[in-house]
Design a protein around this ligand. Structure first.
Ligand code: B12
Ligand code: SF4
Length: 429
């Protein structure tokens, strides 16, 4: 079977290379099927390009990658599913069946299938499952509507197949992504990425992938794991593989508050890690305030010793919290060697999270929901907010390290590189 794989992500702040499709293209090369990748990121007329690609390639089926449902920002939120529904319609007009996948799709697969009217979906990684779905299609077997992609063993790895032109991405401050593992074993109360089993790529395969990209001139990378420090042994083995096989690259990564060690930070530095984003929320910092803060301070200290820049994504205003706790967390971070802190007080509410259950159980919290209607399936973003933006601005009190998320279109790796202060930016609190 020949599948037309479509990158539907046209959000460009900054543009993101469709890494998932490159891994899928790599996996399909090792199957009885093949693919053509159509990148709509910079397309002037996406529907015209879909039409042209179908006419040229004559695929048996179309696959659309949905990287995100929306931007998760309360301010200036962009919702992507209407656009994607049109792409599904475009394929349909050519009598093509459509399979969906991607990180955004996997958050609410049933609801997204329903919303877009596509035929089938793969929730989670598609490397093993998409070829199986295509096998079934080829053999004319009945096909389930929703497939579970997580049914893959640790250690699986297919070499990625470079399938799109990186040049326009890099020109607009995009960076090349890479993955070392899937899943996250934490269960943060608001997050859709938690509670998923860990599936590790072999560190040597990660090193090889980066070495090959380095050999053709790519030197700046961003990690595409949920958080890097899931298991110290894996992190250390990956850093060593990068040092051995791809020394000289620069990379940025996401980390969670634990586990970490002095050795990890030293190896991160040696492997070229320039900056990291630490995800923090005031609720989990409260759990054992003194211990958690001491631990976070040690984390910041070790990163500073290695001259790895730290950005913090700080989520504040969990159910039950008050403004004094937010102020305490911000005052604490103000004293730490942290380059920039993005503060977010609007939680996107997703079914299946603890936040969703808490809000549903408690009438007082329902009043704190924004954009909620009784028939809303949470596909259109609903936000939970306890701390009004004005209050947050008062707490921040123009301290230049802090930014209110959503007022500026930039990611942490861009912020850390430029290291701008709010006064230098065009926006004002
Ligand atoms: C790394 C990352 C970033 C990095 C990307 C760096 C880079 N150069 O690649 C940066 C920091 C730039 C970033 C930015 C943003 N991100 Co981001 N990001 C992630 C993260 C952690 C990993 C995404 C990734 O690349 N994974 C690795 C690849 C290999 O996996 P994949 O794309 O999922 O593909 C696999 C499967 O999904 C499947 N698959 C994919 N496509 C298809 C298609 C078919 C047909 C099939 C069958 C299967 C399939 O198979 C693939 C191979 O295994 C995810 C969370 C997560 N754990 O997924 C959030 C996530 C996708 N990001 C998110 C958001 C909101 C954003 C921003 C909008 C934030 C903002 N407001 O600015 C921007 C958008 C930027 C843009 N232009 O699109 C949200 C989306 C939430 C939502 N409601 O949809 C997520 C889910 C995080 C979260 N929990 O909120 N992000
Ligand atoms: S916020 Fe980070 S650590 Fe927490 S569940 Fe999500 S990905 Fe895991």
């Amino acid at each position: 079977m020949h599948i037309l794989l479509i990158n539907s992500n046209r959000y460009r702040f900054p543009p993101v290379i469709p890494l998932g499709l490159e891994y899928l293209a790599g996996a399909l090369e090792h199957s009885d099927h093949d693919c053509t990748v159509l990148d709509l990121c910079f397309a002037a007329d996406p529907q015209k390009e879909i039409h042209a690609a179908i006419m040229k390639v004559r695929p048996d089926v179309a696959g659309i990658s949905i990287r995100q449902i929306d931007t998760v920002l309360y301010r200036n939120n962009e919702f992507f599913l209407d656009q994607i529904k049109e792409y599904v319609g475009c394929c349909r007009r050519h009598k093509l069946k459509v399979v969906l996948g991607g990180s955004g799709f996997s958050i609410m697969p049933e609801a997204v299938l329903h919303y877009t009217g596509a035929d089938w979906g793969v929730a989670g990684p598609g490397e093993q499952t998409l070829p199986r779905l295509l096998d079934a299609l080829k053999q004319g077997r009945p096909i389930e509507r929703l497939w579970d992609g997580f049914d893959i063993p640790t250690g699986f790895s297919f070499p990625r197949k470079k399938s799109v032109d990186y040049t326009p991405y890099l020109e607009k401050e995009g960076v090349v992504g890479f993955r070392t593992q899937l899943g996250c074993t934490e269960n943060c109360f608001f997050c859709v990425e938690g509670g998923k089993k860990l599936i590790f790529h072999p560190p040597a395969a990660v090193g090889k992938e980066l070495a090959e990209l380095k050999a053709v001139g790519f030197t700046d990378f961003h990690l595409c794991d949920s958080e890097f420090n899931q298991k110290l042994e894996h992190c250390i083995a990956v850093c060593k593989a990068i040092i051995r096989q791809a020394r000289g690259i620069n990379w940025s990564l996401y980390m969670k508050p634990e586990p970490f060690s002095a050795k990890l930070f030293s190896l991160l530095k040696e492997s070229g890690a320039e900056s990291l984003t630490l995800s923090l929320d005031t609720l989990s910092m409260r759990a054992a305030q003194h211990k958690k803060r001491k631990q976070a301070a040690r984390f910041f200290d070790l990163a500073a010793r290695e001259d790895i820049k730290v950005a913090v994504d700080l989520s504040v205003g969990a159910p039950g919290e008050d403004a004094s706790e937010v102020k305490a967390a911000i005052d604490f971070l103000d004293e730490q060697p942290v380059t920039t802190v993005g503060v977010n007080s609007y939680y996107r509410v997703y079914p299946g999270t603890a936040l969703f259950d808490t809000v549903r159980r408690n009438h007082a919290y329902k009043k704190r929901l924004i954009n909620f209607t009784s028939d809303n399936e949470f596909v259109h973003p609903v936000f939970f907010n306890l701390i009004p933006e004005q209050k947050l601005a008062e707490i921040i009190d123009r301290r230049s390290k802090f930014r209110i998320e959503g007022l500026e279109m930039a990611t942490n790796y861009q912020r850390v590189k430029k290291h701008t202060t709010p006064e230098q930016d065009s926006f004002q609190y």
